[in-house]
Design a protein around this ligand. Sequence first.
Ligand code: CP
Length: 311
Amino acid sequence: MDQVNNLVSVDQFSNQDMMALLKQAQAFQNGQTVELTRPVYAMNLFFENSTRTHTSFEMAERRLGLQPLAFNAQSSSMTKGETLLDTLKTVQAIGVDLAVIRHPQNAYYDPLVAANLTLSLINAGDGSGQHPSQSLLDMLTIYQEFGHFAGLKVAIVGDIDHSRVARSNMRLLTQLGATVYFNGPKEWLTEDFTAYGEYRDLDDLVEDVDVMMLLRVQHERLAQANNVSFDAQAYHERYGLTVERAKRMPAHAIIMHPAPVNRGVELADSLVEAPQSRIFQQMTNGVYVRMAMITQLLAHRGLLAHAPLEV
Ligand code: CP
């Protein structure tokens, strides 16, 4: 990868960059460590709720020896009108080296990147835009399973329009040579998706895919957008991975979901822990890909004492 100070979009990753990040993540999973040249401080600024991404970024930072500083959006001076850019300039002046940000606004990071800050930025999810670290952990999970991407058939099913995971994964998967298919309510499939994959009937798809990737129905964004009522049972029957549909998946096929899961909606409750589910493996992989992303930025800033070491 070109030397970068910010990782904000999957569009930054060539196939070679991605494979290097996955290899580094796998090495961390196998016990590789790093040594820092000086104390390094991180701040995780989350303006949307999160369990997985927030916790696994903090875990990744701690495992690499960084020191995470607490940030609470509700008690920060942003409630007094301070902008995000001024907040970052402030914490940079105080000594923060890395800011990990989740924000409801699509591409919130554009003016921050344009400001050429010295601290490094990682996008932990922007509105319905991108979720690069989720996408990398999904790629690692698929790679661990199949050892390649070319020729794989991946179904992305559910609340596609609201999904930054779908937007990131359709780009990386097609770039890597996989074929992407979509299913879900057609009103949630906007034009920007059709360049990346075909809409197919769910009952055909389940018999043909290598990866069945379900997406959470984002009730909070749906309610905001149209104030529509939602029938969970009807959705499950029409667009969900039911037990009956899962039985028709090829024996080698896997189930993925970025989580949080609405059990009994996107997929049957019992399938979350089924043998073909990789949902918890995705969460574990999240720590290692985030360690790899942070390491990339630390290397750029000369904060690694030497290349990552085998234990
Ligand atoms: N998958 C994901 O981004 O989960 P969180 O919202 O809990 O971080």
